[in-house]
Design a protein around this ligand. Structure first.
Ligand code: UP6
Length: 273
């Protein structure tokens, strides 16, 4: 679907969360996701408020907050509503079905109550997706149709084992559970991955790409970066940047720069196909 605009994809998509995501991207003219990996509630809310106008999604690791409390999430939700962005908790669920259901819905972090989008790894096999989908599609789930899952299909860290069979199972499970799974986190398009599950009719999975940085090639702990432009050229619909945006003297200026590069690359992709 790379030849379609976000607005067109918003109209056609069957999943309400994907529709909202594309609508936001189109309206705000941004495909930027900021990975707000700061460790205090104050910094997180401050970033959300200042960067909110320039992003489509705010990605959190809520368990890295030193001073976590559930009230932070009320404030975060209010900022998401004010600035019109979605919240993606980068929880990377990785356990048996019975456990991830409890980690997702309820628990200390109440993730299902505030995160529009969550993600999981495929290491445990199909059951993890089945379990999360079962929770989200259950009759008693209060946020029905307002929640979505991304599958972590590849990783950006050096020596990652999220390749081959792992990535193949990611695509297969996205197809099998497409009422909850809206896409992937991966470094490039997965359109060429050979699978044993045929593509769906009008399939339109959303691709989020992490490891995006305009000024660095990587860090000392194995992270590997590409630029917003190369990510979009490789198939990213949304570019996720953390330190490139928040760990610089002027995060607002940086968010604007990523927005511009990401959006221009998207426009070029549209005009090419
Ligand atoms: N992330 C990756 N690579 C992956 C999956 N997730 O970097 O394969 C996440 C990290 C971090 C963010 O957990 O929150 O994306 C990247 O941050 P950075 O831009 O500061 O490197």
């Amino acid at each position: 679907k790379y030849h379609l605009s976000y607005g067109e994809r918003a109209k056609q998509h069957l999943h309400p969360v994907a529709r909202r995501l594309f609508e936001i991207a189109q309206e705000k003219e941004t495909n930027v996701v900021v990975s707000a990996d700061v460790t205090t509630a104050g910094e997180l809310l401050d970033l959300a408020d200042r960067l909110g106008p320039y992003i489509a999604v705010l990605k959190t690791h809520i368990d890295i907050l030193d001073n976590f409390s559930l009230t932070v999430l009320e404030d975060l939700k209010a900022l998401a509503a004010r600035h019109n962005f979605l919240i993606f908790e980068d929880r990377k669920f990785v356990d048996i079905g019975n456990t991830v259901q409890k980690q997702y819905h309820g628990g200390a972090l109440q993730i299902s109550s505030w995160a529009d989008i969550v993600n999981c790894t495929m290491l445990p096999g199909e059951g993890i997706v089945q379990a999360l989908a079962q929770t989200a599609e259950g009759d008693n789930f209060p946020y029905k149709d307002q929640r979505a899952l991304l599958i972590l299909a590849t990783m950006t860290s050096k020596g990652s084992l999220a390749t081959g069979e792992y990535t193949k199972l990611s695509v297969e499970c996205a197809r099998k559970y497409n009422r909850f799974v809206i896409g992937f986190v991966a470094s490039k398009s997965l359109a060429d991955v050979e699978t044993n599950v045929a593509p769906l009719e009008n399939e339109d999975f959303v691709l989020f790409t992490t490891g995006v940085n305009m000024a660095s090639k990587g860090d000392k702990l194995g992270q590997q970066y590409q630029t917003p432009q190369s990510a979009v050229e490789a198939g990213a619909d949304f570019i996720i940047a953390g330190r490139g945006i928040y760990a610089v003297p002027d995060p607002v200026a940086s968010a604007k720069a990523y927005k511009e590069e990401g959006w221009n690359a998207y426009l070029r992709r549209l005009s090419k196909d």
